[in-house]
Design a protein around this ligand. Structure first.
Ligand code: ZN
Length: 279
């Protein structure tokens, strides 16, 4: 590994944090793959992941983050060169011979979503995505419905045998359309230019709204929308000296946030106390 592929900030001092909260609404039924037979019910394939304490379905932060990363890699056309189990992801190696593979510092994806620890021992991941649980009102709504299973529905699909034309039915479990999950993401600023890198996250949310979460997206499942977004900034000094009201802005939708890009980035820089440093 040459020196130019090393991350610049090896001390990883936290300069501040941006918290993004909002709701994630299932516009169509949501299938989230989980460990079949583990948290799952019976012999259904691709089960919704359930919280073992409440039996309620939730969206694991890892699946949300993985989807946001994958979409970000694809819009940048980055080489997927790193194998994790059976999945290939993009990790910066600085190897330009093998398709588009920028250095870590130039990469729009790796500093935000992270790299394997043994590749860059001190390259901190900026974005963390928490597990998203059903909101209380959504729990009540789903309980009021007469669903096939607790908080979820059974959808029958049929695979058509191309030779005999026989329909082979299969069951899939979905969180019904209309379910609402509470989302939280925390983005850490380690250097002034991390403010601009935050936009990778916002753009990924827009990409996801036009894509799908979970599985069987091409067959209708997994359309989601983010609503009631709140950005909260906590500059480093406010961890030692808490203030009554941290700087905060709200947006109805991802599109509203996207449309205010330059304005929001300038505000984030100012609120984080990084306005006078090079970005
Ligand atoms: Zn990269």
């Amino acid at each position: 590994m040459s020196a130019t592929t090393q991350p610049a900030n090896r001390n990883a001092t936290i300069l501040g944090r941006i918290r993004l909260t909002g709701i994630l609404r299932a516009i169509t039924g949501l299938r989230i793959g989980g460990a079949a037979g583990g948290l799952a019910i019976g012999a259904l394939d691709n089960p919704v992941v359930r919280d073992p304490l409440t039996n309620q379905p939730y969206v694991p932060g890892s699946s949300l983050k993985g989807k946001l990363r994958s979409l970000s890699e694809r819009i940048e056309g980055l080489t997927t060169n790193w194998r994790i189990n059976n999945v290939y992801i993009h990790v910066c190696t600085g190897d330009r011979q093998n398709g588009r593979n920028p250095t870590y510092d130039q990469c729009p994806v790796c500093p935000v979503f992270g790299v394997p620890g043994d590749q860059y021992p001190s390259a901190p991941t900026r974005l963390l995505v928490r597990d998203a649980f059903l909101t209380e009102s959504s729990v009540r709504e789903l309980e009021a419905l007469r669903l096939d299973l607790p908080y979820s529905e059974i959808k029958w699909e049929a695979a058509i045998d191309r030779v005999t034309s026989a329909a082979v039915p299969r069951q899939v479990e979905r969180v019904p359309a209309g379910a609402v999950f509470a989302c939280e993401m925390v983005y850490t600023l380690y250097e002034p230019r991390d403010v601009n890198r935050f936009w990778t996250v916002v753009r990924a949310l827009a990409l996801l709204e036009d894509d799908y979460l979970g599985s069987y997206g091409s067959r209708g499942s997994g359309k989601v929308r983010f609503e009631d977004l709140t950005l909260t900034v906590r500059p480093r000094p406010h961890y030692d000296q808490p203030v009554a009201q941290l700087p905060q802005r709200t947006f109805d939708s991802v599109d509203a946030l996207l449309a205010a890009r330059d304005d929001v980035l300038a505000w984030l820089r100012e609120a984080a106390g990084l306005a006078r440093q090079a970005g």
